[in-house]
Design a protein around this ligand. Structure first.
Ligand code: TXE
Length: 492
């Protein structure tokens, strides 16, 4: 079994306690590597290293352009190492190799984009209302940022945090999910190779319930950037509030993919399938509710079932596999539980509904692509995030009802709209309460476009121009140019 170490202050180290944990391959169900199990002492060491690096001239003294150059160098190394990292991630979290190759090919763009922004972070001169005074602003980094990331897209979701945080001049303590630490530790080697000073990026591995609290509440951590489940996110937010820390939170959803009666049904079928069965539904943007206009409901469902049945399930490391395993054992149990809940609520099972045990699934943690029809908006299966390949089809009568159902959850991460009408497309883009609305497409994201949630789906935005603001603070500088400091006892 392979043994990993974590990255603190530029050194590859074991946990102070020497403890390790096993990480498992979801396709074989077997452990394949040992990961350091950090404790509170390791958190403190990593934060101290990041704090020292933040203040050191080797980072603080770098010009913004030099910071950008480091990020570009990192992007190039990442591109060179893409295939290897893709394979490790597939082995550790069961994502399809085909998807991982796509992600890794695209990921360097985040570093290039934010490298380009690094030396365009500018303050303003304020035409202040007081005579004899010059006032300007500086945009400054926050300090030590902790990035806490989940297992569903380990490197990509970390990239969304690391690229802007570093471009803005912060230092980072990154804690990947305990279910997907290996690729993070491999990734860490590239920061070293690119020439980032020691301590600028630290990676500590371990369990959220053991070290999460210390990371979030540490007095020297200036900001928390978190992606994960909404309960955990709520706890992180409450804890961060106690020490008045800014947060960005990305907390999943129950996104609606709305198919109108004027849609191209073949396209809509592809969009709905990609929305829920890609990554076996383990994406925050999963289109887990298909809202379908009654006039086309039966025709749409027939086409959808026919297409969904063609999905090739199996070994995620094979190029032509289309549906891979569930990443974690608890998640497998959770998905199967929700299937039972849906049945008990009276939803009609139209496809799948079981743990997949086909020969090509081996001992892996697979769930059959599952589709429920006749789902009512108030059912738990239509309200709660399953995070698995389980689609709920909900019929609707008209546009108003579609909007009411789509907006009728606590979440607001994304929505899809399938229509040929430009009026309807624009109206929907305005009225849907979601941070991202896709029209006649689904799942598109880019380093250039802001991503984040409305309502309980989160706070703040990742990617795009606005993302770098999440990692900066504004300082106002006042300079007296009158040369006359007034008598403080005389009111002006
Ligand atoms: O996530 P957690 P889990 C949803 C999905 C899934 C559910 C649970 O519905 O079924 O969350 O998944 C760290 N303080 N999403 O349990 O716990 C943890 O170590 C600080 C949605 O895996 O949110 C990991 O690094 N950190 C989603 C990270 O939080 C703590 C992605 C996320 O784990 C902590 C994943 C604590 N007290 C799951 N406890 C999305 N938005 O895409 C845990 N962590």
């Amino acid at each position: 079994m392979q043994s990993y170490r974590m990255l603190i202050a530029g050194e590859w180290v074991e946990a102070a306690s020497g403890a390790v944990f096993e990480t498992e391959n979801p396709f074989t169900g077997k452990p394949w590597a040992l990961i350091p199990r950090a404790g509170v002492a390791d958190v403190d060491k990593a934060v101290a290293a990041a704090q020292a690096a933040f203040r050191a001239p080797s980072w603080r003294g770098l010009s913004a352009s030099a910071r950008g150059a480091l990020l570009r160098k990192f992007a190039d190394l990442l591109a060179e190492d893409a295939e290897r990292l893709a394979r490790i991630e597939t082995q550790d979290n069961g994502k399809l190799i085909a998807e991982m190759r796509g992600q890794l090919r695209y990921m360097p763009q985040w570093y290039h984009y934010f490298a380009g922004l690094a030396d365009k972070i500018e303050g303003r001169v304020i035409p202040i209302d007081k005579p004899g005074v010059f006032n300007f602003t500086r945009e400054e980094p926050l300090g030590v940022v902790t990035a806490i990331t989940p297992w569903n897209s380990p490197l990509m979701l970390a990239t969304w945090k690391l690229a802007p945080a570093l471009a803005a001049g912060n230092t980072v303590v990154w804690k990947p999910s305990e279910y997907s630490s290996a690729s993070a530790l491999e990734f860490g080697k590239l920061f070293e190779k690119a020439g980032f000073p020691p301590g600028v990026v630290n990676i500590i591995t371990g369990f959220g319930n053991e070290i999460g609290e210390r990371l979030v509440s540490h007095p020297d951590v200036a900001k928390v950037a978190f992606t994960g489940g909404d309960r955990t996110g709520q706890g992180v937010y409450e804890l961060a509030a106690r020490s008045i820390k800014p947060v960005t939170l990305e907390l999943g959803g129950k996104s609606a993919n709305i198919v109108f009666d004027d849609a191209d049904l073949d396209d809509a079928v592809k969009g709905v399938v990609s929305g829920i069965f890609a990554a076996s539904g383990q994406t925050c943007i999963a289109g887990s509710r298909a809202l379908v206009h009654r006039a086309i409901h039966d025709a749409f469902v027939e086409k959808l079932l026919a297409f969904a049945r063609t999905a090739r399930i199996g070994d995620p490391a094979q190029d032509d596999t289309q549906v891979g395993p569930i990443t974690t054992k608890p998640q497998l149990a959770k998905v199967l539980d929700y299937i039972e809940i849906a049945k008990a609520e009276g939803a009609e099972l139209a496809l799948g509904g079981k743990r997949a045990v086909a020969a090509q699934c081996g001992e892996g943690w697979f769930v059959e692509p599952t589709i429920f029809t006749g789902v009512r908006p108030g059912m738990r299966i239509a309200q709660e995030e399953v995070f698995g390949p389980v689609l709920s089809i909900i019929p609707f009568e008209d546009d108003e009802e579609a909007i009411a159902i789509a907006n009728g959850t606590i979440y607001g991460l994304a929505a899809g709209v399938w229509t040929k009408s430009i009026n309807r497309a624009l109206t929907m883009s305005q009225r849907l309460e979601a941070g991202t609305v896709w029209i006649n497409t689904y799942r598109a994201t880019s380093y250039m476009s802001p991503f984040g949630g409305y309502k309980r789906s989160g706070i703040g935005r990742e990617s795009g121009l606005t993302a770098i603001r999440e990692y900066l603070q504004e300082k106002s500088v006042w300079i007296d140019i009158s040369g006359q400091v007034p008598n403080p006892f005389v009111q002006r």
